[in-house]
Design a protein around this ligand. Structure first.
Ligand SMILES: *[C@@H]1O[C@H](CO)[C@@H](O)[C@H](O)[C@H]1NC(C)=O
Ligand SMILES: *[C@@H]1O[C@H](CO)[C@@H](O)[C@H](O)[C@H]1NC(C)=O
Ligand SMILES: *[C@@H]1O[C@H](CO)[C@@H](O)[C@H](O)[C@H]1NC(C)=O
Ligand SMILES: *[C@@H]1O[C@H](CO)[C@@H](O)[C@H](O)[C@H]1NC(C)=O
Ligand SMILES: *[C@@H]1O[C@H](CO)[C@@H](O)[C@H](O)[C@H]1NC(C)=O
Ligand SMILES: *[C@@H]1O[C@H](CO)[C@@H](O)[C@H](O)[C@H]1NC(C)=O
Length: 336
């Protein structure tokens, strides 16, 4: 999918790989599955005296409790906690706009499960023009905390089966227009129960985000593991396991003609990159009809590659554009 054999560097790609370590010789002997990972990063429940709200669980995989969830969050708003207990499933069958939140907690110990009604989801969503993304949930507000030992199940299988052989983008944590988001101790897995492979499953993406932290994460998916998109700044990633991914990718930036994109101040430390296409990667568009901008001040430190095809990738000719045409149409940073 990617052409990385011809590398041209923008003058504006001022990024340091000075502390990057590649270790292809050593044998990987870290955690091999989520429960081994959990031993390194145990979950410790925390107790507080906030007001607790409960809603009814679903009786079966079609019993949509979206309306109850919405009501529960409204009741828990301004100082309370909506609790979804262990052993219970909460089925979501409608798109929800949850952008009214202020000082609220969701304690997820059970499972949130999206329905498999891909017909409904294909005509009911929130659209964003960036990479034509659609989503089913919009969370927004201030001081929102989601924590617990539970599961958020997007029902990927319905999509892998429904779109077998076709390209779709399934992204787990896409963030728009946000300040100071932290993900701590999160496990992301794309699992298919049959021969229809999961597709384009990114771990974290971000867009117009200032202040993004991801720490203590286990990611077992098929596309980018952690990938800030345009206009992301002040990024901290530490203790990240990625298996079977396309690596930690800055960008891509510059996809849209005339639009400025930037990514700056990223610190990425202690990464185990297993069975990946790429390790540390920067990707920017060039050539005719692209945008402009920069990736600046990015540090990769203690980055361990095991069975990685391209441990370091500086791709200034993303996507499927050859070096000849990018150099011809990009005489200097102003045009890049
Ligand atoms: C990595 O992913 C492959 C393919 O899904 C799997 O067979 C292997 O067990 C995984 N390894 C680890 C360490 O998670
Ligand atoms: C968290 O969930 C895992 C998997 O369901 C379970 O093995 C573990 O005991 C749970 N930990 C706590 C503290 O509840
Ligand atoms: C995740 O999806 C990729 C393909 O998109 C596949 O190669 C990989 O085996 C999947 N991982 C799991 C745990 O199913
Ligand atoms: C990034 O921010 C700049 C302003 O600094 C804005 O002009 C541009 O449209 C933004 N890019 C995207 C992709 O939103
Ligand atoms: C570069 O980024 C780091 C955080 O990763 C920050 O501490 C430092 O101040 C930045 N340097 C400059 C010159 O902005
Ligand atoms: C690069 O791409 C341009 C435009 O598609 C094409 O005309 C040219 O032949 C290509 N050059 C090489 C070396 O492949």
């Amino acid at each position: 999918m990617l052409l990385t054999n011809t590398l041209t560097l923008f003058a504006t790609l001022l990024t340091t790989f000075s502390t990057l370590t590649t270790s292809t010789q050593h044998h990987y002997n870290g955690p091999k599955n989520p429960s081994e990972f959990r031993k390194h990063c145990p979950y410790t429940p925390h107790h507080n005296s906030r007001r607790k709200i409960y809603i009814r669980p679903s009786r079966n995989a079609k019993d949509d409790i979206s309306v109850d969830l919405l009501r529960g969050l409204k009741q828990a708003n301004h100082g309370g906690t909506l609790v979804l207990p262990k052993g219970q499933t909460f089925v979501i069958g409608k798109k929800l706009d949850l952008t009214f939140l202020n000082n609220v907690e969701l304690n997820l110990e059970g499972e949130i499960l999206f329905t498999d009604d891909i017909k409904y989801w294909q005509s009911n969503y929130y659209y964003h023009p960036f990479q034509k993304s659609i989503s089913y949930w919009k969370w927004g507000g201030k001081d929102i905390r989601i924590w617990g030992n539970g599961t958020l199940n997007g029902n990927g299988q319905a999509w892998y089966d429904g779109f077998a052989g076709l390209e779709i983008l399934v992204s787990k944590y896409f963030r728009h227009n946000t300040k100071n988001v932290v993900y701590d101790n999160v496990i992301i897995e794309n699992v298919s129960s049959n021969k229809n492979l999961p597709k384009n499953t990114d771990g974290w993406d971000s867009y117009n985000v200032d202040g993004l932290t991801v720490r203590n994460a286990w990611v077992n998916i098929g596309d980018d593991c952690f990938s800030p998109k345009p206009n992301t700044s002040n990024i901290l990633v530490e203790n990240l396991y990625c298996n079977g991914t396309h690596g930690v990718s800055m960008g891509s930036i510059g996809q849209y003609a005339g639009v400025k994109d930037y990514i700056y101040n990223a610190w990425i430390e202690n990464v185990i990159m297993l069975n990946a296409q790429n390790g540390a990667r920067l990707k920017g568009w060039a050539g005719p009809n692209v945008g402009y901008g920069y990736i600046q001040n990015v540090t990769f430190k203690n980055f361990y590659n095991y069975n990685v095809d391209w441990p370091i990738v500086l791709d200034a000719c993303y996507f499927n554009v050859n070096a000849t045409s990018t150099s011809r149409t990009s005489p200097g940073p102003a045009a890049a």
